[in-house]
Design a protein around this ligand. Structure first.
Ligand code: 5RP
Length: 219
């Protein structure tokens, strides 16, 4: 099976976690795009979606799935999204698609975070995938210097402006032994909007696409 077929399998498997007559939290990326395709097949059974990016919003609208502003929504039963890395504790690196801030906000609102990923995303230690940090543009150089002072290697993601008008620094070569602590430390730097570590709010369920089928891991 190709990696995309594994992504498609988990995108469709996530339908089992969608409660009828509710608004569904929808992530961003190629795996989440498969979930949107799947969601379209039951669109008459749901009220609509809240979306974590302009790209996912456009795809939801193509399917004529109603997209709600998160401020109009009191409660979300599930948020379904991909990941760049996920460890055994269900902590994740996300933001390869630069949508980390909206993803983290929707994940915070949702009762359950369903992570959908192909098996290549499973790791023992987070940090091989460059850790994205969304930064207010005027703070780019300051935040970079602070990250270098801490011994890390940030790289400005060229030609990328997030949906919130900010820039992304990718921090390379990390071995993240204490994800919750690191998440708090990076988030505390002035100018940082969000770091793409999802540790304080990790996944509740992971659907992992393998050649032997979709494996379900629960926290
Ligand atoms: C976007 C994300 C994505 O979930 C992550 O990058 C995984 O993407 P894909 O499903 O394309 O492998 O966090 O900001």
């Amino acid at each position: 099976m190709t990696q995309d077929e594994l992504k498609k399998a988990v995108g469709w498997a996530a339908l089992d976690y969608v409660t009828p007559c509710t608004i569904v939290g929808v992530g961003t990326g190629s795996t989440a795009a498969h979930f949107i395709d799947a969601l379209a097949s039951i669109k008459h059974q749901i009220e609509g979606a809240v979306s974590s990016s302009e790209a996912s919003t456009a795809k939801l609208k193509e399917y004529r799935i109603p997209v709600f502003d998160l401020n109009e929504v009191d409660q979300l039963a599930v948020y379904v999204d991909g990941a760049d890395e996920i460890n055994r504790q269900m902590e994740m690196i996300k933001g390869g698609g630069a949508a980390l801030t909206r993803e983290k906000i929707i994940a915070a609102v949702a009762d359950r975070f369903i992570c959908i990923a192909d098996a290549s995303k499973q790791v023992d230690v987070l940090g091989n995938f460059p850790l994205p940090v969304e930064v207010i543009p005027m703070a780019r150089a300051y935040v970079s210097r602070e990250l270098v002072k801490l011994g890390w290697l940030p790289e400005y993601r060229q030609n990328v402006v997030t949906d919130n008008g900010n820039i992304i620094l990718d921090v390379h070569n990390l071995k993240i032994m204490e994800p919750i602590k690191l998440e708090a430390a990076i988030n505390a730097l002035p100018g940082v909007v969000t770091v793409g570590l999802f540790a304080a709010r990790c996944a509740d369920v992971a659907l992992i696409g393998t050649p032997d089928g979709v494996k379900t891991i629960k926290k």
